[in-house]
Write a new protein. Structure first.
Length: 785
């Protein structure tokens, strides 16, 4: 086999489109990964937080003297200390406006509570000690005198006249009164509609519960007057910017963020949390590193929660069942403070995603983002996209039932057709491509839709209720501007990639390496990825909104093009030819029409060793590029589920699950399937069991895995994942993003199947989660009626 043949074979095995096994995994499965809590610095101290036990109250006194006198305690930091040091607050970063044009009411959050506590779990003081046990013991000894205030844990109670206000100046606890759409035209559309479907829809609050609890290590270098924060995050540069500019009030170069392996995030680790600020302060105060690691119970109380929304949805249809308008009027529970992206979710992100793949002429969304005495709510896998899809799909299913139209037929009747692209949606977005009807047909065939009646009869004979659900989703993924792509050729022959995105389980090293194999011909096993250190990254946007392969992959491809240009100039000089005579393929620069060539890694090594080169010849192939801003794109798909319910117990079991998706160019189908599996399981978890519940006094009733149910392996079905790619032209990879789409499809399809199973009993509505108790209660009530 020639070198050329071997390079071609490697590209076929490891290039774009191949199901390459994750190169990251061997280290992780051997337990050799480096998560934040694995890191220990010489002389480090340990932090623990004293948390509020009150959901709402005025702080009269914080007594830290007993805690300070306990063994091993080095310092106890309070909010007053941070205020005196001049640190800023943690603020919302969403530039949203109220319907009257005024800006949203920001709720500046002190890292440690100052005058008032607003939810159970809010940090009041930070204890620094020689050991973690000593720090925790002393944190328990911090005494507080808090005058209780009435608490509100429900959005309806929070906006009622006379409700206790969480923040001064925020009337009726409404931080954002959002509106989108033309009310007059929408009202007219509903007036002329032949049928209007109305439905109250709840999107239950969930706890994110990433596998790795949050952790951090703060250090300070007095010589350079510079902080280093090692932390689990979704992107080191965004966190550096927020900390430096808004909290520490220093230039960004005075802050270094390091983020090694991260064990899941789903949006939750995307911004600065309060604990990091007193740790950084203490590191400078004491001259020693400070480490903190949350435990699982702390995660329930301090990590921001997800979803927590409620709407009155309305769908207007004409006499032929065509959609005229959709209207959502509802609430987003923000918790006690606005998180970094919290208000974006039940406002603009609803708008962008509710219309789906349908020719919906008008959208009107009216949302109140309401403050309650609960854990703040932020981004959770999809961050408004699964919610918008869920609202629309529930309305479509109910409209089909009310009109006596088959669910598939109603969707087919309203799909955007291939000839309609580019399609200007009522959301203000432009859809560039899609093939929704053929994609759905592929899903129907894979699910054996026509064979369902026989399976339903079989279930009935066994005393079970069987239902099938269908959902067709389209979501907007957020490329969010430009991204860094950097390539460095190492002396040992390796190639190191740098990207401003951050991997927390997605498989970036593998997928980015496949692009490099495909375009540069470098062996897969010689490619490394570094996203972990802000000192090594001049710019970048982090990971979020399913953007990494679109933005990061495009940046790497742009950089590769520049590397090849530079390589042609260098190869021409070393091979004694004109640059116009150099061609590049399968990792080699070759003089056209000859067998004279040089490999790209060999060329990089020769450039390091060669001192005499013409001035126009680059001295290195290393290069970095920022991609041009990339617009968001529109992955879409169809999920079909069959479910069995035992009417005697209410227990539900998913029997089959088919998902067909259009993610554009699929770099690695194995990784994509993994993303769909994970998103679908999180969706069915929320649909069937997960629910973060507060009692009337503001205490979290589901504060541990003893009370909060999550899906286990036995609860998950076997997934049949198929692809129907329609590559986009909006980025050079052709990808549409896939990281959160599993949630968007799974939430509505599971509930659709549940309601179909219950339809013989006349049940058309049920809230998530459809727990055994909720299902059994609904079945008994229907039988009694």
């Amino acid at each position: 086999m020639t070198v050329h043949d071997a390079e071609q074979l490697a590209a076929m095995k490891f290039g774009v489109g191949q199901p390459v096994r994750r190169g990251e995994d061997p280290v992780l499965v051997r337990g050799e990964g480096c998560y934040t809590d694995d890191i220990n610095l010489p002389g480090q101290l340990y932090a623990a937080m004293a948390l509020s036990r009150h959901p709402h109250g005025v702080i009269r006194r914080i007594d830290i003297e007993t805690a300070k006198s306990m063994p091993g305690v080095r310092a106890v930091v309070t909010g007053e200390d941070l205020q005196k040091a001049g640190y800023g607050t943690l603020d919302c970063g969403v530039p949203a406006t109220n319907r009257d044009g005024t800006p949203l009411h920001k709720t500046p959050r002190p890292a440690l509570a100052l005058d008032r506590v607003r939810f159970v779990g809010e940090p009041i003081a930070c204890v620094i000690a020689d050991t973690a046990v000593e720090a925790r013991d002393a944190a328990e000894a911090v005494e507080t005198d808090i005058e209780p205030l009435p608490a509100v844990v429900d959005v309806h109670a929070a906006v009622a006249d006379g409700a206790p206000l969480l923040h001064e100046g925020v009337a009726h606890n409404v931080a954002l009164d959002y509106h989108y759409g033309d009310s007059e035209k929408t009202t007219q559309a509903f007036a002329r509609a032949a049928h209007v479907t109305k439905l109250r829809i709840v999107h239950n609050r969930v706890v994110v519960n990433a596998m790795e609890p949050r952790a951090a290590i703060a250090a300070y270098d007095p010589k350079d007057d510079r902080w280093t924060l090692t932390v689990c995050s979704q992107g080191v540069l965004g966190m550096r910017t927020q900390l430096a500019k808004e909290v520490l009030h220093v230039p960004p170069e005075k802050v270094r963020i390091v983020s090694k392996n991260v064990g899941g995030s789903f949006g939750m680790k995307g911004s600065v949390y309060p604990e990091y600020v007193p740790m950084l302060h203490a590191a400078r105060l004491l001259g020693r590193p400070v480490k903190w690691a949350n435990d699982r119970s702390g995660s329930f109380l301090s990590d921001h929660h997800g979803r927590a929304q409620e709407v009155e949805g309305e769908l207007a249809l004409d006499e032929k069942g065509r959609f005229l308008a959709v209207r959502l009027t509802g609430f987003g529970d923000m918790g006690a403070y606005l998180t970094r992206f919290g208000p974006l979710i039940p406002s603009l992100n609803w708008v962008k995603n509710v219309a789906g793949p349908y020719r919906t002429q008008l959208i009107e969304v009216s949302t109140k983002c309401v403050l309650t005495n609960t854990v703040p709510v932020g981004a959770y896998r999809g961050a408004g996209r699964p919610e918008g899809v869920y609202f629309m799909e529930r309305l479509i299913d109910l409209a089909a039932a009310e009109l006596g139209i088959d669910r598939v037929t109603l969707r087919r009747r309203n799909f955007i057709r291939p000839k309609d692209f580019p399609y200007s949606a009522a959301s203000g977005q432009t859809y560039d491509c899609g093939d929704f009807e053929r994609l759905m047909d592929k899903a129907l065939e894979a699910a054996d839709w026509k064979g369902f009646p026989a399976r339903k009869r079989s279930s009935r004979k066994r005393g079970k209720l069987r239902g099938r659900g269908i959902s067709t989703y389209l979501e907007m993924t957020a490329a969010m501007g430009s991204e860094l792509g950097s390539i460095r050729f190492e002396e040992n022959g390796d190639v190191t990639l740098f990207s401003g995105t951050h991997d927390h389980g997605q498989g970036h090293q593998t997928s980015f390496a496949q692009i490099v194999v495909d375009k540069l011909g470098v062996p897969f096993e010689r490619i490394r990825l570094d996203q972990s250190d802000s000192d090594l990254l001049p710019n970048g946007g982090g990971t979020g909104g399913s953007r990494s392969i679109m933005a990061g992959g495009t940046a790497i491809m742009t950089t590769i093009d520049k590397v090849i240009e530079r390589g042609k100039l260098a190869a021409a000089a070393l091979l004694e030819a004109g640059a116009e005579d150099i061609e590049f393929a399968q990792g080699r620069f070759r003089i056209t029409g000859t067998d004279r060539s040089i490999g790209i890694t060999e060329l990089a090594a020769r450039l390091r060793q060669t001192t005499e080169l013409p001035p126009e010849v680059p001295r290195t192939l290393d290069h970095a590029e920022m991609s041009a801003p990339i617009p968001g794109v529109f992955p879409n798909g169809c999920h079909i589920v069959e479910i069995e319910i035992d009417p005697e117990t209410g227990a539900a079991r998913i029997d089959r699950y088919v998902s067909v998706n259009d993610f554009g160019t699929v770099v690695n189908p194995m990784l994509v399937e993994g993303q769909i599996h994970g998103g679908a399981v999180q969706g069915l978890g929320q649909a069937l069991m997960e629910d973060a519940l507060y009692d009337a006094e503001g205490q979290l009733r589901t504060g541990s895995f003893m009370d909060y149910a999550m899906p286990r392996a036995a609860d998950t079905p076997s997934f049949d994942i198929l692809h129907h790619p329609v590559p986009t032209s909006t980025n050079s990879v052709g990808a549409k993003g896939c990281g959160e789409a599993g949630c968007s499809g799974s939430l509505p399809v599971v509930v659709s199947a549940v309601l179909d199973a219950l339809s013989d009993l006349g049940i058309r509505e049920i809230d998530m989660p459809a727990t055994p108790l909720r299902l059994w209660t609904a079945i008994q009530a229907a039988k009694a009626a």
